[in-house]
Design a protein around this ligand. Structure first.
Ligand code: UD1
Length: 355
């Protein structure tokens, strides 16, 4: 059986790590990896393949950045040839990026079967490009691999129950494995942060937070006025938008650093006093690692993290210092995201349902 995975952006490489391992362990599975080239900086791509020991991509489409239509279109145009050559039993697409949508569209039009990993997540915020990518992908795909019960309910409400299987969350597989390996590793934090004292870790990259200069300025001001030092691991979009708007990211509590490799990120989150983010993956990683998270958005797809106060949504950046400084919750973190074996379940299911 041949599975062809389409990936392109940072969070997809983490999910791919789990699937690539499970595919290598399973008997009779050939796994082809296609990298669209959406993320191309070494720190956003290569280090993930190296650190998570993912086999090098078989194909790189080299699509790069651009407006949504141009970026998605260039991937779509390049995918046809790849699928014609490989003719997989399953095209496996991951999450909610433009790479997910391009891989899906190309495959379904060639009558190849598509499985969507991390199906059924919804923010119900139509301003987010990711929300359109999720909805369109779920409705086009043949098999919907849902991470949670809540995701299954969303799919059922859209008439997609028959195509849905809850498999658990593959990011949990990787996060738990890496967390155990890096427990005592020295931290790679930006200069000026004492790893032995309280510190926070932040990432901000969503268009809604970065692309309006007033909003971005307010967020940076909120972060700078925290009462503990904060490592801001700056995504290229954040750096570019701040520069264009004349906003200095560093200052006050904020120390700016480059995006971290995945094991370094997990080590930092594990030891941090708090996380501030608008990333989906990081909210969940903070939850799994028991670090309180503050999410700079009006909603989250990972609603389970809000239970018992482990994650808190903050729409107004002026509220950041109070939210980030809140006491660490003492209540439980129920095991909503599976048992760390989701990827094995995915590969077994694809094998079972291969024609
Ligand atoms: C994308 C995904 C988002 C995911 C995120 C993880 C979409 C619509 N969004 O957002 O779901 O959470 O990846 O990081 O697919 N850039 C670089 N170097 C890189 C990659 C990007 O400099 O290696 C810059 C480019 O100027 C680009 C900008 O960052 O225009 C944004 O990149 P893009 O791929 O459009 O989306 P992300 O914000 O990364």
């Amino acid at each position: 059986m041949k599975i062809l995975s389409v990936v392109g952006a940072r969070p997809q490489f983490v999910k791919l790590a789990a699937v690539a391992d499970a595919a290598a362990e399973a008997e009779g599975v050939e796994h082809v990896i296609v990298h669209t080239g959406q993320h191309y900086d070494a720190a956003m791509s290569d280090v993930f393949f190296a650190d998570l020991r993912i086999p090098a991509p078989d194909v790189n489409l080299g699509s790069g950045s651009g407006t949504h239509g141009r970026q998605t279109g260039s991937m779509l145009a390049a995918m046809d040839e790849v699928l014609e050559e490989h003719r997989p039993d399953w095209v496996l697409v991951y999450g909610d990026t433009n790479s997910t949508l391009a891989g899906t569209l190309s495959a379904v039009k060639m009558h190849l079967r598509v499985a969507h990993l991390e199906a059924g997540l919804r923010s119900f915020n139509r301003r987010m490009p990711e929300e359109h990518n999720r909805v369109l992908t779920d409705h086009a795909a043949d098999l919907l691999l849902a991470p949670t019960e809540v995701a299954r309910e969303h799919l059922a409400a859209e008439g997609l129950a028959e195509r849905t299987v809850v498999v658990g969350d593959v990011m949990t597989d990787v996060c738990l494995r890496v967390a155990a390996a890096v427990r005592d590793q020295p931290l790679r934090l930006p200069e000026g942060i004492d790893p032995a004292a309280d510190f926070a870790v932040a990432t901000i990259h969503r268009a809604d937070n970065t692309d309006d200069p007033e909003r971005l300025r307010a967020i940076v001001r909120g972060l700078q006025s925290l009462d503990m030092p904060l490592a801001l691991l700056a995504h290229p979009r954040l750096v570019a938008k701040a520069e264009a708007a004349g906003i200095d990211l560093a200052g006050g509590a904020v120390r700016v650093g480059e995006p971290l490799a995945y094991p370094d990120l997990v080590a930092a989150v594990q030891r941090a006093r708090a996380v501030v983010t608008d990333s989906g993956g990081l909210q969940k990683e903070a939850y799994l690692l028991g670090t309180p998270c503050t999410t700079v958005r009006t909603e989250t797809e990972w609603v389970e993290t809000l239970e018992n106060g482990w994650n808190q949504l903050v729409a107004d950046p002026a509220d950041l210092p109070a939210a980030v400084g809140r006491p660490r919750p003492t209540a439980d973190r129920p095991d909503h995201y599976g048992d760390g074996q989701a990827a094995q379940r995915v590969v077994a299911l694809l094998q079972e349902r291969a024609r």
